[in-house]
Write a protein that binds this ligand. Structure first.
Ligand SMILES: Nc1nc2c(ncn2[C@@H]2O[C@H](COP(=O)(O)OP(=O)(O)OP(=O)(O)O)[C@@H](O)[C@H]2O)c(=O)[nH]1
Ligand SMILES: [Mg+2]
Length: 347
């Protein structure tokens, strides 16, 4: 709308409170393919680099509003105004404020989701994810798991030609989360946010139709875990692996925090079944991308039993004491559900 280019800010490599010494900025193009983004998102979003600016000193500062009086209309009016004279003469406009992006996140989810088609990981990271996924599938072959759901067995190609299925469980039980989630429960006045390790393990074990034995990949930030016993207590036939047991610590330890979670994100995205916490941004974005994948395959009513890329929220109780089936509501008119979390996961 403003016919402008978004100068990409750097991402943070690590968590502020934990590893201050490792707090280095990481530029966007270390994680995602930059040119690819622009070509795929042509006409929707365009990214730019600071180094491409001809004049970095002449910056106009645009102050965004906040609070209840700052409506969607005012937000849009301000953006329109800034695409005209005299502001259009400035090469750079710096948007300032506590909520510099459209306050209230009032983009429809389906518009926002277009950006995921443009975000392609750099080869280095996707290759690391390939390695982890192969390791998981190799474990699956060793334990002889055959297919996720019984109906897959009727596939004419036969199980041997199919890649070994796995479930990825994003166990959001790390230290930083425990600090945060109790406060969230108080603020939203609900008790379905902080699932304990036992609750997660119990509910995943109750997912109906899972073919066992089956490898369960535990996507956790190991260095932030205070409880190392996440491998115990799983239902018979579910074979839990974290990074150490899988033998992939070497892959992750080469990288800072941000990259580690990016690799795991990809591993969860590709899993046959994903189970996460609907109040985690990490989980919510995976559920969203998996929903998009299903929509592309022509599946719109995703809540049936035979869905190809099922996701579940373990923090919400579903059928038969299992986790609740989870699909992102693409017609939602606010990003709230996917950016701050929700207990109303559809299905
Ligand atoms: N650092 C790290 N994070 C991981 C890993 N595997 C999964 N994660 C998850 O990646 C997320 C990283 O945390 P944040 O940087 O706070 O990301 P976020 O998008 O705010 O996600 P939430 O805090 O879960 O809402 C957490 O949800 C972690 O559980 C890993 O190997 N390393
Ligand atoms: Mg977080």
């Amino acid at each position: 709308m403003m016919k402008r280019t978004l100068l990409m800010p750097s991402l943070s490599a690590s968590l502020f409170y934990k590893e201050i010494d490792l707090l280095q900025p990481i530029s966007f193009d270390k994680v995602f393919q930059f040119e690819r983004f622009n070509s795929l998102c042509n006409g929707f979003v365009r990214l730019g680099r600071y180094s491409d600016l001809s004049n970095r000193t002449q910056v106009f500062e645009l102050q965004k509003g906040s609070g209840r009086k700052w409506t969607i209309e005012r937000d849009l009016d301000q953006l329109r105004e800034f695409s005209k004279e005299p502001y259009d003469g400035y090469e750079v406009i710096r948007i300032l404020g506590k909520n510099p992006f459209l306050w209230h996140d009032h983009w429809p989810v389906k518009d926002y989701a277009k950006v995921f088609d443009c975000l392609v990981l750099v080869e280095e990271i996707s290759k690391e994810a390939d390695k982890v996924v192969s390791k998981i599938r190799e474990m699956g072959r060793r334990v002889g798991s055959k297919a996720v759901f019984s109906q897959n067995a009727s596939n004419s190609e036969g199980p041997s030609s199919l890649p070994m299925p796995y479930i990825a469980v994003h166990m959001r039980i790390e230290k930083d989360w425990m600090i945060h989630c109790k406060k969230l429960e108080q603020r939203f006045n609900i008790s379905q946010i902080c699932s304990s390790k036992e609750e997660i393990i119990g509910r995943v074990g109750n997912i109906a139709g899972l073919k066992t034995p089956m490898v369960v990949y535990l996507a956790v930030a190991d260095s932030l875990l205070e409880d190392n016993s996440i491998l115990n207590g799983w239902k018979e036939g579910l074979l839990p692996f974290e990074k150490k047991k899988l033998g992939v610590m070497g892959i992750y330890n080469k990288y800072p925090y941000l990259f580690q979670s990016a690799i795991d994100y990809e591993v969860c995205l590709r899993a046959n079944v994903f189970v996460g916490n609907s109040f985690s941004t990490f989980s919510s974005l995976i559920a969203l991308e998996r929903t998009l994948k299903m929509i592309k395959m022509g599946i719109t009513t995703s809540c049936g039993k035979d869905v190809t890329w099922p996701s579940y929220a373990y923090n919400i109780l579903g059928e038969l004491n299992g986790p609740q089936r989870w699909m992102t509501d693409m017609s939602d008119s606010s990003l709230h559900a996917i950016s701050y979390g929700t207990k109303d996961v559809s299905c």
